[in-house]
Design a protein around this ligand. Sequence first.
Ligand code: GLA
Length: 431
Amino acid sequence: MYFPVVLLSLLVLIPLAADALDNGLALKPTMGWLHWERFMCNIDCDKDPNNCISESLYMQMADVMVKEGWKEAGYEYVCIDDCWPSYQRDAKGRLQADPKRFPGGIKKLADYVHSKGLKLGIYADVGKNTCAGYPGSLGYYETDAQTFADWGVDLLKFDGCNMDWKLLGEGYVNMSKALNQTGASILYSCEWPLYEWQFRQPNYTAIRETCNHWRNYADVYDSWNSVKSILDWTASHQDIIVPSAGPGGWNDPDMLVIGNFGLSHDQQESQMALWAIMAAPLLMSNDLRDICPRSKDLLQNRRIIAISQDPLGRQGYRTAKVDSFEVWERPLYKNQLAIAVLNKQEIGGPRGFFISVAPGWKICSPQCNVTQILPQFKEIGVQTLNSKVVVSVNPSGTALLTVTPINRVPTGSHKLHWQDTPVKHNMPFLK
Ligand code: GLA
């Protein structure tokens, strides 16, 4: 079998151009749970008390996160999305939670979540109203930042609906300053570039200085088409967005929808693998109270999480399109490399891929050690540049591997330089 590698463009990853938001947070991609994709704006607690947006939903998720190993796996933030507030601000102009659905208020909820060793996220909007029509923060940035700090909130997702796009940047920067001025540690999750792309190319240097992560593209849905469109958008803009990611600031391709209804298990594996390659925040939106064991094992897979949380903090990118396969690669700490091979042919059965075709395989000179993580864990072992190892990938599934270079120890020296010095792989982007 021979696969022609299609080289489409030759762009070299440039080093980080900007400093991250200096709040000491999100040094690794954020991990947690966020209500939106699964629970949306379900506010009917009379008809659907178990699934409506209410304090008990977050308390139950926090309980399960501790009991079912999520916290231990690294998932830390329990995040509220839209539809939590009352339609009116209080007499002092502060946001307040809907009294019927959050009888204890957000402070009590934050205390509860903290008592479980977890953190609480909340949602607001840079404009006049949130996307679902609740009060926005425009004109209230300092008040709202202080309110969130007083409540003990640990993360703010700041949406960009109902705002003059020319004022977006100013709004996001002012809220960042307001959060900082409270002195509280509040991770700042933005949607600034998503709303700005509709008009012009955003300034990622400014975004990285302002936010801990930022959404670039449309909302994720519970479907393979949605996940694919996010991957396509990311790959086709990788030369612009990848250099801006690193400890303290990350591109956010939106929530993990693993454990819901729309993705086959292979597609769930693809989302998990590619979100780890993209150094994406791992914010699950699913029902942790009722999730199938295979999805749970996948979301808690320590080897995939280790790629996501790799200390080098570089975002991966697509490096090749070969015979309806896509190869994505992420440089890891100590010169290692993660390789994901996505089978985009949605007809037929499993197909074989010569893993040495991956552009990053060149680190296997003279030798490398290869571990397969998906679809099954397997030590593939020591390989060379010309290895003929074939990985089998199901339609819309992904094979995920890590490759560790084995360098010759120079005669007379026992110092393995490659173990301590991250080396740039300079892999070409292929669109
Ligand atoms: C926008 C955001 C979503 C979600 C909804 C809530 O669409 O992109 O992630 O927060 O608003 O209304």
